[in-house]
Design a protein around this ligand. Sequence first.
Ligand SMILES: NC(=O)c1ccc[n+]([C@@H]2O[C@H](COP(=O)([O-])OP(=O)(O)OC[C@H]3O[C@@H](n4cnc5c(N)ncnc54)[C@H](OP(=O)(O)O)[C@@H]3O)[C@@H](O)[C@H]2O)c1
Length: 281
Amino acid sequence: MDMKGKTALVTGASRGIGPHIAAALAGRGMNLVLTARSGSELEAVAAEQRKLGVRVLTVVSDLRDADARTLLIGACEREFGGVDVLVNNAGGDPTREFHEMSLEENLAILELNLSAPIALSHLALPAMLSRRGGHIINISSMAGRVSFPFSEAYAAAKDGLIGFTRVLRNDYRARGATASVLILGAIGGAGQGQRAMDAMKLPASPFMAPVSTVAKAILRAIDQDKAEIVVMPGPGRLMRALMDFFPGMGPWMNQQFGVNQTMREVMDFKRPNKLAASKSA
Ligand SMILES: NC(=O)c1ccc[n+]([C@@H]2O[C@H](COP(=O)([O-])OP(=O)(O)OC[C@H]3O[C@@H](n4cnc5c(N)ncnc54)[C@H](OP(=O)(O)O)[C@@H]3O)[C@@H](O)[C@H]2O)c1
């Protein structure tokens, strides 16, 4: 796809990895629709991207709300005539024990990380098909593949997103609307993992891929119409394949390399009273 002058909707664009994705697409001349719940952060990101000469619309919305999703796609259609590239990036995980969260809290994780991307794809796809052009990019995670601690619902959602993307690509690519999934390992320089490490004053980890590699992967997914890209240091695809072939390897590695212990510390640290104390210090 020639991106120049086309429109990208980037969810989760207020902080973390989203602004880097937005910048990469604006760098190719794409107009942007940026969405998240935090209006002032979104405006700051939009102001940066407008300096590149592209048009940017911001829409404040909570993507767990079905009406908000419909309004968002309606705003894209009114302002730009539709969405050419949809990047389902909004997501995240509270890092809490599965059984300590209520069922509703677990299901809310699924709503944000799985139902919202499916719903936005469902809303954006008809116009892509009638134009015979469009690309849906879903941001998934290695969480399920590596049995990442304290992420049951999140891992289920992110694995679900991989299956969803594969079938979407199979069914619609020949009709002009394609789909890709980026499967991220731990990302450094921005995002939820980096924030937790900064708050806990943990040193940089060689197991984290820089956020610039996510931005590059987005462009590669579009330029080369890639089905799946694994973003992590070293041979990411091989690592994912090994984890699938030896499902006991993730829990073993988590134990051997102290991931269980570190994530338990992160979970303890994120408990509301400790986080508040660290912010006021
Ligand atoms: N960082 C990593 O190491 C890593 C690893 C694997 C996968 N990922 C995936 O990469 C994506 C981006 O993660 P990140 O690290 O950049 O996370 P982040 O820094 O926490 O940013 C998450 C973004 O999603 C938005 N968001 C959260 N809840 C929302 C809601 N209910 N409605 C609308 N927007 C909402 C947030 O904005 P508001 O709070 O303003 O709404 C924010 O813009 C996620 O899908 C995540 O699962 C990240």
